[in-house]
Design a protein around this ligand. Structure first.
Ligand code: G6P
Length: 649
């Protein structure tokens, strides 16, 4: 049976020492990151600055870097020396920047926010920062105050006037109402009344040299500079100024002044928190000559997959996964694996199922985290749960992890963002090391997730019955992937021509079978999320049970059909499409039989192990969605209504 003991914190998701300095943060003190109940957190970005420089340019630049997290409205509040001045607007950060050139604000301390609305429309009024009755306290907040209605009613009864429909405004009035000699004492007192989640930065006109920060259930970090300090929801917002960060734990309250910072617990006792180094470079956050982050991230995949593999493949087919925290005897005791994820990560999980079942011979179920968490879980002893998340912050995935933990499972995380909540709350896991993914449509994280799952399958397989020959072969194929991805990317000119042909399509059907069925799902998701064309992914053989009724000469059908043991079956499905006049775009394997007679377009990817083929077959589909969206004039990196990290349920 698996040990259910909570292990050392998974900030120790370690890469092998063979590959140079560890990229991970050191473990947090045990118990410091106990999960907060309820996963609702507003999808937003926070940045704050205190130091000697003008705050507004720093805040605006931070907001630009955070905009991928939410882009409905933006605002900031600055200590001007004559009180707090706020500026906020509905719409994008650039609108706020223009507004500030007309109505400038000067000061060396301030807080700012970009928002994706959950409570209240994305209007100027509802944008953060929010203030108290006197405009003495201003704050920005990520998260949701679950008892805000009751608090608001009580505050209104005691005379507070509310200006917005947001739950956040409640916090400003609670702090106004709270007693205490310092701002931090009032914040701590106010938060005692709050149910829900927050990442919070507060300023007060009474103490202009101070920002107070608090965290519960929504990520917050401090940036440590030279006589200047930052608060941010995401490391990307501070990287331009410092690489030294402190990831706050749930329950922490931090105080920043131009002279230093300290972290307090609930009892106002000073706590020590490790200072970590951000491992990636500023270039990772820049477009670097690309028109969109999505294209940059698609083209980065040879390097990002290499990064996921680095130091982890051993010649005898073993994978070295130091952060897994799963001793050999526990691997042999695993009876079942449940993978929990959302969106693109869920599609990677579906590929992982084939990999793990084939190589490790452990039955796998893949669950939408949002569905799993609401069912009674009857996990059998020996069930291992794996949460997959690029951001490490998706609310449903976090909550599903908690449910799995309560059901007695050990929980691993496969996560990209170092120090994220899922990484911290898992018992162990694998970091992708794919670098920051800024494009809202996930691309490079998907291929790295599959590679991480392949490594895990190898690791588990070798601890069980996988032969060294098979493992060696797969390890060799894995190590070839970066080169093969680079060759697949050479298909881009051909894909651009296809995109021009189908840019005005109303519907596109994606078909795949076996391990490439999830690729069909992912291709359809990419197209619909950034081009707004209706697209559906389907198991190729299921088409005849319904979708075949849709096929006519206007219907484009993308068939993912690399040469594997279901190839001939998918060709039969293509014939069924062709017989009804559908336009086929086929993704097949180079150097093998062509489907030129059947398909209007054929994209031939290099040959690899069938189990790893999704890493290659998905790339033409990412590029197709990208180019179609660009041709349609869509905002590729910020598709409407979507957010990079969905921290609401
Ligand atoms: C959002 C993003 C998707 C992502 C999904 C899961 O919907 O737009 O790209 O796949 O969340 O996110 P995660 O960070 O948990 O992988």
């Amino acid at each position: 049976m698996l040990s259910h003991a909570r292990a050392v914190h998974s900030l120790s998701f370690a890469r092998s020492s063979a590959d140079g300095p560890k990229l991970e943060s050191p473990p947090s003190p045990a118990g410091a990151t106990e999960p907060s109940e309820g996963g609702n957190r507003e999808v937003c970005g926070i940045i704050g600055y205190i130091g000697e420089r003008e705050a507004v340019p720093i805040l605006l630049e931070g907001l630009r870097r955070l905009e991928y997290r939410g882009y409905d409205s933006a605002g900031l509040a600055v200590q001007t020396g004559r009180g707090i001045v706020t500026r906020k607007l509905g719409g994008r950060v650039e609108g706020l920047a223009t507004h500030l050139t007309r109505l400038p604000v000067h000061g060396t301390a301030g807080i700012a926010h970009t928002r994706w609305a959950t409570h209240g429309a994305p209007t100027e009024r509802n944008a953060h920062p929010h203030v108290d009755c006197q405009g003495q306290v201003a704050l920005v907040h990520n998260g949701i105050i679950e008892n805000s209605e009751a608090l608001r009613a009580a505050l209104e009864r005691s005379g507070h006037r509310f200006y917005t429909e947001t739950d956040t405004e409640t916090l400003a009035h609670l702090i106004e109402e709270a007693s205490g000699e310092t701002l931090e004492a009032r914040v701590i007192a106010a938060l005692e009344h709050v149910e829900g989640t927050y990442g919070l930065a507060v300023i007060s006109a009474d103490e202009p040299d101070k920002i107070v920060v608090a965290r519960r259930g929504s990520p917050v970090l401090l940036g440590i500079g030279n006589r200047e300090f930052f608060v941010a929801s995401d490391a990307s917002a501070v990287l331009e100024h410092t690489r030294s960060v402190v990831y706050l734990d749930d329950g922490d309250v931090a105080v920043l002044t131009p002279r230093g910072y300290h972290v307090l617990d609930h009892d106002s006792q000073i706590q020590s928190r490790a200072v970590d180094a951000i491992s990636w470079d500023l270039e990772a956050l820049e477009l670097g000559g690309y028109s969109h982050f999505m294209l940059k991230e698609i083209r980065e995949q040879p390097e990002t997959v290499q990064q996921t593999l680095r130091g982890r493949l051993l010649v005898d087919g073993y994978a070295r996964l130091n952060g897994l925290n799963l001793p050999a005897e526990e691997c042999t005791a695993i009876r079942r694996i449940v993978i929990l994820a959302c969106g693109t990560s869920w599609h990677a999980a579906l590929v992982g199922r084939y990999l793990i079942e084939e190589l490790a011979r452990i039955p796998v179920v893949v669950e939408y985290a949002s569905e799993y968490r609401h069912r009674t879980q009857l996990e059998v002893p020996g069930t291992l749960a794996i949460a997959i998340s690029q951001s490490g912050e998706t609310a449903d995935t976090l909550e599903a992890m908690r449910v799995a933990t309560k059901a007695g499972c050990r929980v691993l995380g496969i996560v990209n963002v170092v120090g994220s909540t899922i990484a911290r709350q898992a018992d162990g896991g694998i970091y992708l090391h794919a670098g920051p993914e800024i494009g809202v449509a996930s691309t490079k994280a998907f291929t790295s997730q599959i590679v991480a799952l392949a490594l895990l399958a190898l690791y588990l397989g070798r601890q069980r019955e996988l032969s060294e020959d098979v493992a060696r072969d797969l390890a060799c194929r894995l190590s070839q992937l970066p080169d093969l991805i680079a060759r697949t990317l050479e298909l881009e000119p051909q894909i651009l021509t296809i995109a021009e042909r189908y840019a005005e399509a109303a519907n596109v059907l994606y078909l795949g079978r076996g391990v490439n069925f999830p690729v069909a799902l992912e291709g359809a998701l990419k197209l619909k999320e950034i081009s707004y064309i209706h697209a559906e992914g389907y198991p190729a053989a299921e088409m005849k049970h319904g979708p075949i009724a849709l096929i006519n000469p206007d219907m484009a059908v993308v068939c993912v059909a690399p040469h594997d043991d279901v190839y001939h079956k998918v060709v039969t499905n293509m014939q069924e499409v062709k017989a009804r006049g559908g336009q086929i775009i086929a993704v097949t394997t180079a150097g093998r039989a062509s489907v030129g007679g059947l398909a209007a377009h054929e994209l031939r990817v290099p040959s690899t192990s069938p189990l790893l083929s999704p890493v290659l077959t998905v790339i033409p589909l990412q590029l197709l969605a990208y180019h179609i969206a660009v041709l349609r004039g869509c905002d590729v990196d910020r598709p409407r209504n979507l957010a990079k990290s969905v921290t609401v349920e």
